[in-house]
Design a protein around this ligand. Structure first.
Ligand code: ADP
Ligand code: MG
Length: 471
């Protein structure tokens, strides 16, 4: 809960901040364990404890300053203060529990028998709003199979694919359906980032036992964006123990990630082979028919039946991920409301022009990272971590440059997607690559067969070929 002497300014800062960092992170870090206090030229972030303060400062300072700058007319001085009143939130769960969507079984205090509880919170997405097409049918059927059997043949089930293709939708849809169809089953949905944060808080707060109990007492463990766990050693090891315990108890595990288990890199080989031993399914970009159905469903959700030619042109022109398609539908409806007339072809053409990107820019960061990693003989996780050997630094720079060139992502978005890097790191990397390209210089790296040197322009051309850009 955010409190301030200037509520409207606070509201604006909050809204802007939520847009910048995404609502999941905003809820996790700013909903309970921090609050903003606006001064004349300053913004004070009151935090539950030093750890929360440090995390917010390291990860969100720029966003906070910019969000506040937009609301206050000038970027304020940012300060942090521990507010004991917020400690109660944390003691009551705070950061550690806020990210959890725990249903079913929960450990009762002092190791008494577990109790069954009604779901705490309904997750956002449901399966009935998921459009099934060739690109996602396999993943959808696998999810249905888990729903039918609870412990399915597909155990673990690993779903991977680019951003905005429906992985989170499927996982959350499964959990919600599980609550309805098997209320006795204790499922636990958590993102890799939340697992990591909760683990850190548990270690620092001396509540590791409670952290472990809550994970090991579930029937179905659902972990979204599991790649987030892979590049942090201690969290990775903790995850291995959690996984072992759940697996040994014969429970179901479902994971989603933006890359195939082998491409995630820094998970122990034994864990990767166990991920692969179940069912690994990829979700692809939606085809034309699926895109049409999604547009129809989304517009109907907003109480509007779009004319068929409008649906056709929007589906034909928007070949990107589903998030972009949803954005285009919203834009169409907004135009129609502003102009106070039904959606027409002119609006559809305009929105398609604004939202559609050339085919090459529909590439996913995950795919770019994989192609770059393959080319230089490094792992995707090396690119995402902060290792600085010559070859890894070069791979990272090239991956960031190609992400900038072939996606519509902003510098901060690229930074976040590539291991939570600061946007200035991305800007610097792109500038360096640009300069090397312009000056026609060679780059040098160490591959499996020894040292290589090539003109950067040729290196980039080969990687782009592998990415399918020149087809
Ligand atoms: P991911 O987790 O793969 O990045 P999400 O599950 O967050 O993607 O999906 C992004 C948006 O697209 C969400 O609003 C989701 O509801 C929507 N979406 C994705 N795939 C589908 C689909 N097949 N049918 C309906 N909506 C979809
Ligand atoms: Mg997701």
């Amino acid at each position: 809960m955010v409190v301030s002497t200037v509520p409207q300014t606070i509201d604006r800062i909050e809204k802007n901040l939520e847009e910048r960092i995404g609502s999941r992170r905003f809820q996790l870090w700013f909903n309970n364990s921090a609050r903003l206090v606006v001064g004349e030229q300053s913004l004070c972030v009151e935090v539950a404890n030093n750890f929360v303060g440090g995390w917010i400062e390291n990860n969100f300072s720029d966003h906070l300053r910019q969000a506040a700058g937009a609301a206050m007319g000038k970027e304020p001085l940012l300060t942090f203060r521990v507010n004991p009143a917020l400690v109660a939130d944390e003691a009551d769960g705070g950061v550690a529990r806020d990210g959890l969507h725990l249903s079913g079984r929960e450990e009762s205090p002092r190791g008494a028998a577990p109790v069954r509880r009604a779901p705490k919170r309904k997750l956002r997405y449901t399966l009935d709003k998921f459009v099934v097409g060739d690109s996602n049918r396999l993943a959808y059927n696998a999810i249905r199979s888990v729903l039918k059997n609870v412990i399915s043949r597909f155990n673990p089930l690993f779903i991977h694919g680019g951003c905005g293709l429906g992985k989170t939708h499927l996982l959350q849809g499964l959990c919600n359906a599980m609550s309805q169809e098997h209320p006795e089953v204790g499922w636990h949905y958590v993102s890799g980032e939340e697992f990591t944060n909760q683990f850190i808080v548990a270690v620092r707060g001396g509540s590791l036992d409670a952290f472990r109990r809550q994970y090991r007492n579930v029937d179905v463990l659902v972990i979204d964006d599991v790649h987030f766990i892979s590049d942090k050693r201690a969290t990775r090891e903790e995850f291995l123990h959690t996984y072992n315990a759940i697996d040994a108890a014969g429970k179901q595990v479902i994971m989603a990630s933006d890359a195939h288990p082998r491409q995630i890199g820094d998970f122990q080989e034994s864990l990767v082979s166990r991920f692969i031993s179940g069912m690994v399914v990829e979700i692809d970009m939606p085809d034309y028919e699926t895109r049409k159905s999604i547009i129809e469903m989304r517009s109907a959700d907003h109480g509007c039946m779009l004319p068929q030619p409008v649906i056709d042109v929007t589906a034909r022109r928007l070949e990107g991920n589903v998030r972009e398609i949803e954005g285009a539908v919203l834009k169409l409806l907004a135009y129609s409301s502003i102009c106070d007339e039904p959606v027409n072809m002119q609006m559809a053409e305009k929105v398609a022009c604004e939202c559609a990107r050339p085919v090459t820019v529909t590439l996913q960061v995950g795919k770019i990272e994989c192609c770059v990693a393959d080319y230089f003989g490094v792992k995707v996780t090396d690119i995402r971590m902060s290792k600085r050997t010559r070859t890894i630094a070069l791979s990272r720079g090239v991956a960031m440059y190609l992400a900038r060139k072939h996606t519509a992502m902003s510098f901060p978005e690229i930074g976040r997607a590539m291991g939570n890097k600061n946007h200035s790191t991305v800007i610097l990397a792109c500038k360096r690559i640009d300069k090397t390209l312009t000056s026609g210089q060679e780059v040098t790296w160490d591959g499996e067969s020894g040292r290589n040197s090539l003109q950067l322009v040729d290196v980039i051309a080969e990687i782009e070929q592998a990415m399918g850009c020149n087809d």
